[in-house]
Every structure is written in C-alpha cells, then in structure tokens.
Design a protein around this ligand. Sequence first.
Ligand code: OAD
Length: 254
Amino acid sequence: MDLTEIDSFDISADHLRKVVALTGAGISAESGVPTFRGEGGMWRQHRPEELATPQAFASNPQMVWEWYLYRRQIIAQSNPNAGHDALVELEKVLKDRFILITQNVDGLHRRAGHKNPIELHGNIFLNRCNSCSERYPDDTLDFDKLPPLCLNCQGQIRPDVVWFGEGLNHVTIEDAFLHSQQATLFLSIGTSAVVHPAAALPVVAKDSGALLVEINPDRTPITSLADAVFTDSSAQVLPDLVNKIKQIETKSKN
Ligand code: OAD
C-alpha cells in the first residue's frame, strides 16, 4: 500500500454520505496517555491478565483499583489534542452523518466536546457494582478503602470498563457494526486493530463498500486492506483531513 498525501487523497462528496471513525489509544498518545501496545505501551510493563481481567479483580481487587486510579490520574492531567478537536469539528460539519466509535476509556472525546461517542470498552471514570451492576458516580463512593463497596448490596465496586474475557454491551456493539456496514468512508485511527470485536469493524466497513482510511505510524492487520494510509500522527493528519472534508462539503452545497 502506498502512503497517501492529503493533497492527493481522492475523495468525493459521495464518500461523505456517512463517515464512521474508529479510534484507539493512539489518538490519545499525544495527550500524554500511554498506549497499550507498541513503543512505551502499557502492556510492555504489565501483563493484561494480571490487571484487566475479572480473575485479577476477584483475586486482588485492591491492586486492580490502584492501577485504574493511577491511570485515571494520568488521564485527568491530560487534555484532548488536535486530533480529538478535529473530530469534534467533523461532527459539526457532517452532523448525524458522522459516527464516532472509540475503544478508549479515557473520555477525551467527550472532554473535547464530542456529544455522543460510542464507547465500546466503557469509561474509566464510571463505576459499577460487580454483583448487582448498580452504577455510581465517584462522589457517592468511599475510595479510602479499596475496593469501594456497593451502597445497595455491599458488593465490590469495579471500574465500568470491559476487561479481557468479557463481552461488550450487546446494544453498543450491534450499533457499531450497523454503522460500520453503512459507512461510505471509514477512518481507522490510532488502533493496532488486534482486539476483537472492534478490530472487525474496519473490515466490515470495507466489505460493505466503504473507502477505508488508516491513520497510524505503524502497520496493522488492516493496513493492506486500506485504500489510503497516513503514517503521520493523528494530531497532525486529522486537522488537515477534516479541512479537506469541509472543503468538499462546502463545494457540494454550492
Ligand atoms: P494499542 O495500544 O493496541 O494500539 C495503539 C496504536 O496507536 C498502535 O498501532 C500505534 O502504532 C498507534 N499510535 C501510536 N501513536 C499514535 C499517534 N500519535 N497517532 C496515531 N496512531 C498512533 O491500542 P488500541 O488499538 O486502542 O482494551 O487497543 C485496543 C484495546 O486493547 C484497548 O481498548 C484495550 C486494550 O488492551 C481493553 O482494555 C478491553
């Protein structure tokens, strides 16, 4: 696959009938939030099965919580970057013809101003009871002793995220597949595209006729499928790409 320059990237108004973006940890890298895989990735220092599994929580909930609180701290100190901002701009231009699906639990898309991202893996700042599933905002829980306990059933409270070996919310993932099937342009941004079911979304989009664009400095399993590949960082590529889309949209309306 040849690498693409924004100027020579060939898209038309027809590709903008429905645009779907799937983001991964790479979009938040330039905000200072470590990715999972690759250089500096968190899974180089920690084993997923020791920290992000139901088994880990069952055997050592305090350790799991400490790791999540540490990650929360890093995220709380970071801010959305130009890549997140560009996607908010895209939503303003395309309105309900743009759908944002993210694997990230950092909430940076919302903080940038995105109204309703599909958060496939949950949100690190939300909590739920591991026994009765009741959800709790932080200020209702006591974090002095970990894990916090459920006010209803005294069950253990856990981060409201999806762990390895757990299923995704049915409605959420069905929605994501439906939107991907309908996409005319699909942007795969900053994801290693190895964790399923999210990794299947770009493939489904491409099989259903979408133009598939990847933004990632490294090759992934979908690189060879992509119609265009941008290897600069998402904070560099997305503002230019969104500008180009805006120009096409404006022209098509005149
Ligand atoms: P990964 O850490 O697996 O992949 C991040 C990708 O971002 C890599 O392919 C990098 O090359 C790329 N990247 C790094 N910096 C970038 C930048 N500035 N601009 C663009 N791309 C950049 O993260 P995900 O694919 O999101 O799941 O991982 C998927 C899931 O696996 C996560 O949601 C999490 C994880 O373990 C759960 O916790 C369930």
